[in-house]
Write a protein that binds this ligand. Structure first.
Ligand code: ZN
Length: 239
C-alpha cells in the first residue's frame, strides 16, 4: 500500500499532466476568461463599496479609498498631473485592463515556454495597439523545492490571472489619448525604488519585488498605485 510519500509523488505527476505544453491556447483562454470574471468582481466591489470592501482595499494598498493621489496623464509626452482618489484609480485601472483584455485573443500570446529563459510573463510596455504578451515556462508553474514544477493556479495569489493583470498594467497610457491604454505602471524594487520597465534583465528576484511591495503598503506609499507588484494584489481573488 502506498504511504504518504508515494501519494505526494503521484499527485505531482498528475499536476504535471494538467500543465502539458500543448495545451497552451486552452491555458491562455482559461486565464483570460477568469481574468474577465475577476475584473467584474473587483469593479462590483469598488462600486458597492461596503465597509468590508473598504477595509480590504485599505489592507491591500495601505491607503484608504478616498485618499487623493497625484496621477500623471501625460498628453503627447507632456506631464499632466491630476488628483484622483485611490478608489477612482482602481476603477479607472479596471476599465483600462478590461479594454486591453478585449483586444487580445489567444493568438496575441507568444509561446516562449520552451525558450532559453525561465520567466512567467512579460510585455514590452510601450505598446499602444496590437498588444502582445510573452508567456514563459513559469506561467505553467514555478519550480518548487522538490524539483517539480507544480501547476500555477488560474486565480488567487501568484496566479495566472494576477500575473496577467500585473503585465497588462504595464502598458503605457496612449500618447495622444492618455485616457486610453494601460495604467503605465512600473516595477518597484526591494528598496521601493521605481525601475524603468524594459525588456532587459531585472536584477531583483520575484521575492525581492514582493518584499518591496510589502514595505510600500506598510509605509502607506502612494506609489503603490504605480507598482505592478501592488496592483496585482487586488486581483488575487477567485471569481
Ligand atoms: Zn512587471
Amino acid at each position: 500500500m502506498s504511504g504518504p510519500t508515494k501519494a505526494t509523488l503521484s499527485k505531482d505527476k498528475k499536476t504535471l499532466n494538467q500543465c502539458l505544453k500543448n495545451d497552451f491556447k486552452i491555458m491562455v483562454q482559461e486565464a483570460l476568461d477568469a481574468m474577465g470574471r475577476v475584473l467584474d468582481q473587483r469593479e462590483k466591489d469598488l462600486k458597492d463599496w461596503t465597509p468590508d470592501k473598504q477595509d480590504e482595499f485599505h489592507k491591500i494598498f495601505g491607503s484608504r479609498g478616498e485618499r487623493e493621489i497625484p496621477v500623471d496623464l501625460p498628453l503627447r509626452g507632456v506631464s499632466d498631473i491630476h488628483n484622483m482618489t485611490a478608489r477612482e484609480i482602481m476603477l479607472d485601472g479596471i476599465r483600462r485592463l478590461r479594454d486591453i483584455k478585449g483586444q487580445l485573443t489567444v493568438n496575441d500570446f507568444i509561446n516562449e515556454i520552451d525558450g532559453p529563459k525561465a520567466f512567467c510573463a512579460r510585455v514590452s510596455s510601450g505598446q499602444q495597439s496590437n498588444y502582445k504578451v510573452h508567456i514563459g515556462i513559469n506561467f505553467t508553474g514555478r519550480l518548487k523545492n522538490h524539483g517539480f514544477r507544480s501547476c500555477m493556479s488560474v486565480m488567487g495569489e501568484d496566479s495566472r490571472v494576477s500575473t496577467l493583470c500585473h503585465e497588462m498594467s504595464h502598458f503605457v497610457k496612449k500618447f495622444a489619448e492618455p485616457s486610453q491604454g494601460g495604467m503605465g505602471t512600473s516595477d518597484y524594487d526591494e528598496n521601493c525604488h521605481k525601475k524603468k520597465h524594459e525588456d532587459g534583465e531585472d536584477k531583483s528576484s520575484f521575492e525581492q519585488h514582493k518584499d518591496g511591495a510589502n514595505k510600500m503598503v506598510k509605509k502607506e506609499d502612494p506609489n503603490v498605485f504605480d507598482n505592478a507588484y501592488n496592483i496585482e494584489r487586488y486581483f488575487q481573488i477567485s471569481a
